[in-house]
Design a protein. Structure first.
Length: 220
C-alpha cells in the first residue's frame, strides 16, 4: 500500500510541475506579443523646414543662351540706361547685362536667375570687373521677385514666359519704367520701338516698352 501511495504522489507532482512549466511558457509568449519590438516601430525622421519660394530650386523656365555683347550694348542704348537707374535683368545668366551697365554708366543693378551656378558665376564676374559694389545677383524665381524699385528691366526669355510675366510687370513697375526684351515681344502689348541688331551669327531683334500710367484692361 505504501508503494502505491508513493507512486500516486510522484505522478501528481510531475503533473503539477508540467502545468507550471506550460503556464510559464504561455505567459512568456503573451508578454512577447504584448510588448512591441524595436523593429516593428517605424523610424520617425525630423522633417527639414520647407525652403522659401525665393531659394527653392526647380527647373529653369528658359535655357541659358548668352546675349552677344553687340546686342547687350544696343539693349542698354535702346533702354536709355543711365547712372541713376536701377536695372533688373530677369534670367540674368552670367550677369553680363547688369555688369556692363555698371561698368559703362555706374548703374546699380540686380540680376535674377534660378540657377545657383550661374548666380555664383555672375558674382565672380562682377568681382573681376570691379563692380561688385554696384550690383547683386540673387537666386530666385523671377515670378516671385519684387521689381517695384526698378527703373529699367531687361529680358531674354521666351514668348510664352514674356506673356505670362506681363501682368506682373504692369502691376509692380512704376509708370515710365522702361522694359527691353531681346528677340521676343509681349503678345498683345505692342512695343514702342523695334530695333534690329546684327550679331556675330545672326540678326537679333530688340523690343522696347514703357509702363503706361493707365493699364489697358486686355493687358492686366
Amino acid at each position: 500500500m505504501q508503494v502505491q501511495q508513493i507512486t500516486r504522489l510522484l505522478i501528481a507532482s510531475v503533473s503539477i510541475v508540467s502545468l507550471g512549466i506550460a503556464s510559464c511558457s504561455q505567459q512568456r509568449e503573451f508578454d512577447a506579443q504584448a510588448q512591441p519590438t524595436v523593429q516593428a516601430q517605424p523610424t520617425v525622421q525630423a522633417q527639414a523646414p520647407a525652403p522659401s519660394p525665393q531659394t527653392q530650386e526647380r527647373a529653369a523656365d528658359v535655357p541659358f543662351v548668352p546675349t552677344p555683347n553687340e546686342v547687350v550694348a544696343e539693349m542698354l542704348k535702346v533702354g536709355q540706361v543711365k547712372g541713376d537707374d536701377v536695372l533688373y535683368d530677369l534670367g540674368s545668366g552670367d550677369g553680363r547685362i547688369v555688369i556692363t551697365a555698371a561698368k559703362q554708366f555706374g548703374t546699380r543693378g540686380t540680376g535674377i536667375d534660378i540657377n545657383p551656378e550661374l548666380v555664383q558665376q555672375s558674382k565672380d564676374n562682377a568681382q573681376k570687373a570691379g563692380v561688385a559694389d554696384r550690383v547683386r545677383f540673387l537666386q530666385q524665381d523671377l515670378f516671385q521677385t519684387n521689381l517695384s524699385d526698378a527703373t529699367v528691366v531687361t529680358l531674354y526669355l521666351l514668348p510664352d514666359i514674356n506673356v505670362k510675366l506681363r501682368p506682373k510687370l504692369l502691376k509692380e513697375l512704376k509708370p515710365g519704367t522702361r522694359i527691353v526684351s531681346h528677340d521676343f515681344d509681349m503678345g498683345e502689348w505692342k512695343p514702342e520701338r523695334v530695333v534690329q541688331v546684327q550679331g556675330p551669327a545672326r540678326q537679333h531683334t530688340i523690343y522696347y516698352w514703357t509702363v503706361p500710367e493707365n493699364i489697358p484692361e486686355n493687358l492686366r
